[in-house]
Design a protein around this ligand. Structure first.
Ligand code: IPM
Ligand code: MG
Length: 357
């Protein structure tokens, strides 16, 4: 089993180090190889996704990814910005299905900004299409040209688009996931305004006919944002496009107490996957040793389950995380009165200790 480890920038290196520590105590036959990505790769090689990093990722069963980005790169031409690394990996590896589960651990009910009764027992799965939509349509703007700028440009645009096969395959992923859960799918669109999302809605409806046991409903994205904070438990599986999924998954993260708790998996049709926390590189807290490593540790668990066929080991990690939360240890982002504040490394150590028991 080969794992490409791409820690990236900011807190990426700190949190990935903790996940590796956890993976190592499992004593499974992994081969891990680390490479630079994002701003770190730009500094060293002049490109956020060097050919060697992409090749390593493509040749691995799974990629464990930290985070990329820093404000200091905001003025670079777009193809050279750190974010292009993650977008390039998603596109080049065909990682079209992004799973972002939002589970509220009972121990963290008080860390959520919502009333406890709204989030207690919350378990939603956001399935975000990851290689289409406005993210990968035709752009035009000041900083996209490799062959020169458009200094005097008076407009900029990005193109929203989806093809039938792209929608069909993500719809199948959503319905199949729902079959293993509460058998409910909410497809989120903006069909009242956008042609792309009328097309989306029609095709999801069509595919839904193949899954008669699953209840399908449709919701406009603005309403979905509202319902997520009004009555989040009404959702089971949410399926949506790249852009709306980006936004809604951040909102859903806060229901769980902190985005520092939210893992994610991005899979292609061969079950090769990239696993990363749903949060970013947080340059404001980088190097301080206070970032929450649990989203990355839980992403490593998803990696074991989805791409490496090690479901038992994944269960063990998740149980260990739950034990650590039971013991009252909290990083700053999930700290509340009466719990014990710990740093990144102590949190990783605690998960390792809980696994050993
Ligand atoms: C995410 C991030 C990325 C995205 C950025 C870093 C390109 O926000 O994974 O949600 O927009 O997809
Ligand atoms: Mg995002």
């Amino acid at each position: 089993m080969k794992i490409a480890v791409l820690p990236g920038d900011g807190i990426g290196t700190e949190i990935v180090a903790e996940a590796i520590k956890v993976l190592k105590v499992l004593d499974l036959p992994f081969e891990m190889e680390t490479a630079l990505v994002g701003g770190a790769a730009y500094e060293a090689h002049g490109h956020p996704l060097p050919e060697s990093t992409l090749k390593l990722a493509q040749a691995s069963d799974a990629v464990l990814f930290g985070a990329v980005g820093d404000w200091k790169y905001d003025t670079l031409d777009r193809p050279l910005r750190p974010e292009q690394a993650i977008l390039g990996l998603r596109k080049n590896m065909g990682l079209f299905a992004n799973f972002r589960p939002a589970i509220c651990y009972k121990q963290l009910v008080d860390a959520s900004s919502l009333k406890p009764e709204l989030v207690a027992g919350l378990d939603i799965l956001i399935i975000r299409e990851l290689t289409g939509d406005i993210y990968f349509g035709q752009p035009r703007g000041r900083r996209i040209a490799t062959d020169g700028h458009f200094p005097g440009a008076e407009e900029a645009f990005d193109t929203m688009r989806y093809s039938r096969p792209e929608i069909e395959r993500i719809a199948h992923v959503a319905f199949q996931a729902a079959m293993k859960r509460d058998k409910r799918v909410t497809s989120v669109d903006k069909a009242n305004v956008l042609e792309t999302f009328q097309f989306w809605k029609d095709i999801v409806t069509e595919i839904g006919l193949q899954y008669p046991e699953v209840t399908l409903d449709h919701m406009y994205v603005d309403n979905a944002a509202m319902q997520l904070v009004r009555a989040p438990k009404r959702f089971d599986v949410v399926v949506t496009g790249n852009m709306f999924g980006d936004i809604l998954s951040d909102a859903a993260a806060m229901l769980t107490g902190s985005i520092g708790m939210l893992p994610s998996a991005s899979l292609n049709s061969k079950n090769q996957g990239l696993y990363e926390p749903s949060h970013g590189s947080a340059p404001d807290i980088a190097g301080k040793g206070i970032a929450n490593p649990l989203a990355t540790i839980l992403s490593a668990a998803m990696m074991l389950r989805f791409s490496l066929n090690q479901a038992a080991a994944a269960d063990r990690i998740e149980a260990a995380v739950s034990k650590v939360l039971d013991s009252g240890l909290r990083t700053t982002d999930i700290w509340s009165e009466g719990t014990t504040r710990v740093g990144t490394v102590e949190m990783g150590d605690a998960v390792v200790a809980a696994l050993a028991k």
